[in-house]
Design a binder for this molecule. Sequence first.
Ligand code: NAD
Length: 330
Amino acid sequence: MNGASAIAIIGAGTMGHGFAQLFAQHGHPVQLADQSPRVAAAGKEAIRTNLEVVVAEGFSTAAEAAAALERITVADGLAAAVAGADFVLEAVFESLPVKLDCWRRLSDHAPAEAILASNTSSFDINELAGVVQAPDRVIGTHWFNPPQIVPCVEVIPGSKTSLATVEATIELLKSLGKAPAVTKNVPGFVANRIQMVMASEAFRCLEEGVASAEDIDQIVKTSFGFRLGAYGIFEIADLAGLDTYLGVYDYLLEKYEDDRYRAPRLLRELVEQGKAGVKAGGGVYGYSGEEALRVREERDRKLYARLRAYLGERDAPERAVGAESGHGKV
Ligand code: NAD
């Protein structure tokens, strides 16, 4: 897909209107459809407001934002939306019967060469591919709210998805400034497997009264959450020391006697092989002597940049969401 592609977004709710905004901001003509014409029209209105923020934050000029809005057409139904599409992105309710019905219609009305993508959070891509005429053009793209801002898109090929479909989807996502990452077609893909386990533990801490909701959120935002925007789980673990992680797991397992604290087999093996992280010249990743030095220097530079952003936000409380909403206590 070179240059501007014709995009159809099916479902104009929480995610769908964000998709329409993003593609339009990158020069693509967008047809936005929803089973409810009211929601589709409201979606376009929400985009108008969102674009004011885009301009205020310096990501676009007012003229560019106006042009982006012009590229979005509220379509008269699904068939009209997908009729001339190169890339269709489905964002309807997370209900399998609703999605299957929608995908049958997509298959009937989209051009033969169009890529058909779903933003499903949980469903097996093969189930959706099973009701279309050309399953080689079906792919999962799992985005994160708000999709016009959050970089990651998990790309999930089904068992019949062609390599050409995968490559064209990744190319398109990169052209939007996104960070696509391919995952296997397993429940929860990668992000939700990690996020849900983390959220469970936070809820348990809250229900056990270990700390208040506010303090738990603050601990997350200012500790590992503070680092997570710059470093992934494995990069952080390698910097901390995998032997340290193993010691923490073993202690928690002994105290809580709960399998969820059992050290993962791979972590134990790495430590047993002497791969304790950056300090040992290797952990999940390998590090030559020079690389280990560079990784440590880079860590401080990246984290100071995040510290600057954090202190800036903290010292401008009127802009913080929590300050506006007042956060009712649980
Ligand atoms: P939503 O309820 O806000 O919007 C869904 C929209 O789809 C509604 O406006 C509805 O009217 C419309 N719709 C339903 N059936 C339709 C049909 N047959 N044809 C056209 N429009 C139809 O839902 P959402 O949060 O935007 O989620 C959409 C999809 O994205 C789901 O699969 C969800 O799991 C996934 N997702 C959501 C998030 C999130 O944070 N909200 C994140 C990642 C993935």
